[in-house]
Write a protein that binds this ligand. Structure first.
Ligand SMILES: C[S@@+](CC[C@H](N)C(=O)[O-])C[C@H]1O[C@@H](n2cnc3c(N)ncnc32)[C@H](O)[C@@H]1O
Length: 278
């Protein structure tokens, strides 16, 4: 007989599994974030904190007018388009996913010379040395398969004195086994680190750390938002545009509550790093 606990062990749909797929084919959850139902759920903003956190992150980067900025792991371009529109910056969005780049270009104002989108792997950027004043990576760094290689590329394409901002998931302690098994493949937790390990990696790559800010409250807000949206989805698939997998709402609510409990304990965190290339 299946107990109530057993019946909620597995989500109704599963994210890609790193162990079962070759790294290049899996592309670090890229295929997960390409799906229409994921886009509809997230409204094309795939990071905790949304536009508010992006604006604070950019303010802390203290970029000059007309600065050149690349958004690495730009998804479908929401942040890049906003930066080009509202911040007087020259923005290049980069993503591994061809589908995301296609969607970002569709969403662009074709008359704007302030933004462009390029499909590329963050560990092999098609840019000159010292090309950018700033680099932004929102909820994408932890998905990059070879983080030291990506940091070396970031250092190479950033001008001396340039600004690097990374917002991402982090651990504040060991992740409980149930969460690690079931939830982490759905989020940016795949290769997330604790704060000190991130900081050590950034310093080893030659970056100076200016600010480390705890943005974990944005995770709680995101979980509440997802719960509200999933209720709407359950009420008729309003947001899903026909591509929604079969959700078991009770299962998903259970895991969102588990996730929230770990956020409250400080096991799962969201951090902002503002760094500088000397
Ligand atoms: C959680 S989404 C964040 C998207 C966007 N930064 C945002 O906040 O809306 C992570 C993105 O990183 C991209 N990505 C993963 N690995 C990558 C890589 N090696 N190079 C470039 N982009 C990558 C994925 O395709 C996905 O669009």
């Amino acid at each position: 007989m299946t107990t109530a606990t057993e019946s909620i062990r597995q989500p109704a749909t599963r994210a890609p599994n790193r162990q079962q797929n070759p790294p290049e084919a899996l592309s670090c959850c890229s295929t997960f974030y390409e799906q229409d139902w994921v886009r509809n759920l997230a409204e094309d903003i795939f990071h905790p904190g949304g536009e508010d956190l992006t604006r604070r992150t950019i303010a802390a980067m203290d970029l000059p007018a007309h600065a050149t900025v690349t958004d690495l792991g730009c998804g479908t371009g929401t942040t890049a388009l906003m930066l080009a529109r509202d911040f007087d910056l020259q923005v290049t969005g980069v993503d591994l996913s061809a589908a995301n780049i296609e969607r970002a270009i569709e969403r662009s104002d074709t008359n704007s010379a302030a933004v462009r989108f390029i499909q590329a792997d963050a560990k092999k950027l098609p840019f000159e040395d010292n090309e950018f004043d700033g680099i932004l990576a929102e909820c994408s760094f932890s998905l990059f398969a070879d983080q030291p290689a990506v940091l070396a590329e970031m250092k190479r394409v950033l001008k001396p004195g340039g600004s690097l901002a990374i917002t991402d998931m982090a651990f504040g302690g060991p992740l409980p086994a149930d969460i690690a098994e079931v939830i982490s493949p759905w989020t940016c937790l795949v290769d997330a680190k604790d704060q000190q390990t991130y900081a050590t990696g950034f310093a080893a790559a030659g970056f100076e750390i200016q600010v480390i800010a705890d943005e974990s409250a944005s995770l709680t807000n995101l979980i509440q938002l997802l719960k509200r949206k999933l209720l709407l989805l359950g009420a008729g698939g309003v947001l899903a545009g026909g591509s929604m997998p079969t959700f078991d709402l009770a299962t998903i609510k259970y895991w969102l509550d588990r996730f929230q409990a770990e956020v409250e304990k400080g096991t799962i965190r969201y951090l902002r790093f503002n760094l500088q290339s000397p």
